[in-house]
Design a protein around this ligand. Structure first.
Ligand SMILES: NC(=O)c1ccc[n+]([C@@H]2O[C@H](COP(=O)([O-])OP(=O)(O)OC[C@H]3O[C@@H](n4cnc5c(N)ncnc54)[C@H](OP(=O)(O)O)[C@@H]3O)[C@@H](O)[C@H]2O)c1
Length: 247
């Protein structure tokens, strides 16, 4: 699929990796729906940057764990652009939850945002694509730790493992017109509160001995959208060898 003239909805696009994806798709000529939850001002800035590239963009707010909010956001996008051809579900939460102090609230927090969120967006946008007979693409976001979970992040890793099965299930449900894939990033942009030692430990735990960059993710998203229409239900690990590292 070529992106020029198409419309892409990118969740969590106000900041960080989601923002870079939105800008990357806009540079390929797509109009962009910039989804945000709490970062309205950042979302407006992203919209302005996208419009400066010569394509159209709007911001839509929604807590993606709430069906009514997701439905309203998708309706607003469809009202403005008519059709949505691409969904990139990047929005997520990530919090350390050591087993000793793990609570039901920690579980719900991660499963609601990271699994129910992409499910609700996939459901709403997928049904829109089916109803309009759109040849579309959906890209979800997992994590390498969905395949080999690390310590102290149990609900996060389980939520991302769910995204891998959600991706395969949506690929079956929405075929043959819509291809649904996931990206499982490794260390790209670390949380802002990571210390130098924590950052170095993450670098040491990769095969390539460096962090990735948002460009690695943007290029992977572009490949899954524009590079092939024959890949579906797949999870592409983009992690500098983090998954296979170690003796
Ligand atoms: N960064 C990395 O190195 C890395 C590594 C592995 C996997 N990943 C995955 O790659 C994706 C992008 O990473 P990132 O670091 O850019 O993500 P992030 O900064 O942790 O989160 C992106 C956005 O998700 C939105 N969000 C959180 N909860 C939400 C909810 N309930 N409803 C709607 N939006 C919500 C937030 O929007 P607002 O700010 O508007 O509230 C946030 O800005 C994520 O799925 C992440 O898990 C990233």
């Amino acid at each position: 699929m070529k992106l020029k003239g198409k419309t892409a909805l990118v969740t969590g696009a106000a900041k960080r990796v989601g923002r870079e994806i939105a800008l990357g798709l806009a540079r390929r000529g797509a109009n962009i729906v910039v989804h945000y939850n709490s970062s309205a001002a950042d979302a407006r800035r992203t919209v302005a940057e996208i419009k400066a590239l010569g394509v159209d963009a709007i911001a839509v707010g929604a807590n993606q764990a709430k069906m009514t909010e997701v439905r309203a956001a998708v309706s607003k996008a469809v009202k403005h652009f008519g059709e949505i051809h691409v969904l990139v579900a990047s929005a997520a939460v990530y919090k350390k939850t050591p087993f000793d102090t793990l609570t039901e609230r920690d579980w719900d927090f991660h499963i609601d945002a990271n699994l129910k969120g992409p499910f609700l967006f996939g459901l709403e946008v997928g049904r829109h694509m089916q109803a309009r007979k759109i040849d579309g693409k959906i890209i979800n976001f997992a994590d390498w730790s969905a395949i080999r979970p690390y310590a102290d992040y149990l609900p996060y890793c389980v939520s991302k493992a769910g995204v891998i099965c959600l991706t395969k299930s949506l690929a079956k449900a929405l075929g043959p017109r819509v291809q649904v894939n996931a990206i499982a990033p490794g260390p790209i942009l670390l949380p802002p509160d990571f210390t130098e030692e924590e950052t170095q430990a993450v670098i040491d735990a990769t095969v390539v001995k460096r962090l990735g960059s948002p460009k690695d993710i943007v290029n992977s998203v572009l490949f899954l959208i524009e590079g092939s229409d024959f890949i579906t239900g797949h999870t592409l690990v983009v992690d500098g060898g983090r998954l296979i590292a170690g003796a």
